[in-house]
Design a protein around this ligand. Sequence first.
Ligand SMILES: NC(=O)c1ccc[n+]([C@@H]2O[C@H](COP(=O)([O-])OP(=O)(O)OC[C@H]3O[C@@H](n4cnc5c(N)ncnc54)[C@H](O)[C@@H]3O)[C@@H](O)[C@H]2O)c1
Length: 320
Amino acid sequence: MSILVTGGIGYIGSHVSRLLQLRGEDVIVIDDLSTGDGSRLGSARLIELDLAGPDAQDHLGKAMRQYDVTAVIHFAARKQVGQSVEQPEWYYEQNVGGLANLLVAMRDNKVNKLVFSSSAATYGMPDVGQVTEDYDCHPINPYGETKLIGEWMVANATRAWGLRAANLRYFNVAGAGWPELADTAVANLVPIVFAALKAGNKPAVFGDDYATPDGSCIRDYVHVLDLAEAHLSALEYLDLDERSESVFNVGTGKGSSVFEVLAEVRRVTGIDFETEVLPRRAGDPPALAADVTRIRETLGWSAKHDLKDIIESAWSAAEF
Ligand SMILES: NC(=O)c1ccc[n+]([C@@H]2O[C@H](COP(=O)([O-])OP(=O)(O)OC[C@H]3O[C@@H](n4cnc5c(N)ncnc54)[C@H](O)[C@@H]3O)[C@@H](O)[C@H]2O)c1
């Protein structure tokens, strides 16, 4: 028996894969190595495959039968908002097409448990500081749309053939559980700040005139190790016959402003840097944090790490 982890050598997938391996599970990773890194594989088995490629269903089905796959955790996706605006067709092909191939292979091979990487990007620009899962989703870019469509596809498979699924809507993921699994893409706030410091530049703050206490945007930063644990809780939940929910916010429930994150970076690194305030970016809600009541009450999960742990772990993994 084994667990199939798509995107299992990416930043988040490799943390989950590592936790599964530590629990003695056999892990099969499917990844096309586009942003993944083979050095994160550990003792898992790697099958190199583009999930959205023409033969993907056949290869997936073969792997499911050969390794007796009982559950899938699906991380593999394109995730850059700006790129999704420039190349929407490709985002649909990759994220929606890849998931469609996976669901067909699961249905045909009677693999009926799935944890799907969704995103707070499904909410778009909510006008509340803390969103619950019942809040109306209006994604504002193709990336967020592919995640919401993914949730619909999963819901349809649940109705049509009994898929058991959990959609985890991640908020702002950061930190490192192990230094070698750290986020190497310079796409999120903490890696962007570290990259700026490394280059001797002032980290940019996009907008300091929001209606928040210090004027900068507020986000809910969740430690990647906490997030990884949430996947294992979700897998356990899928074994229950009585399940009331299938969509869960994964965050801390507490927002931190960009200036608060930068202050923590100064404290942890000992570098007394200045910032450059730039105009607001289009589509940035002023404040976005998760209401985490559902995941706490239903899965018994809550975040154990705070912003300090996040910055410290990311800093100890950073190569300066
Ligand atoms: N990092 C975040 O803050 C965040 C927030 C919300 C949701 N997510 C979602 O979490 C998941 C993982 O994100 P991550 O930060 O680890 O990204 P990542 O880029 O580090 O990992 C994605 C992995 O999937 C692989 N991959 C991508 N497309 C593939 C395809 N078509 N076929 C096979 N493999 C493919 C990549 O090579 C990589 O190993 C994604 O679905 C992303 O949308 C991430």
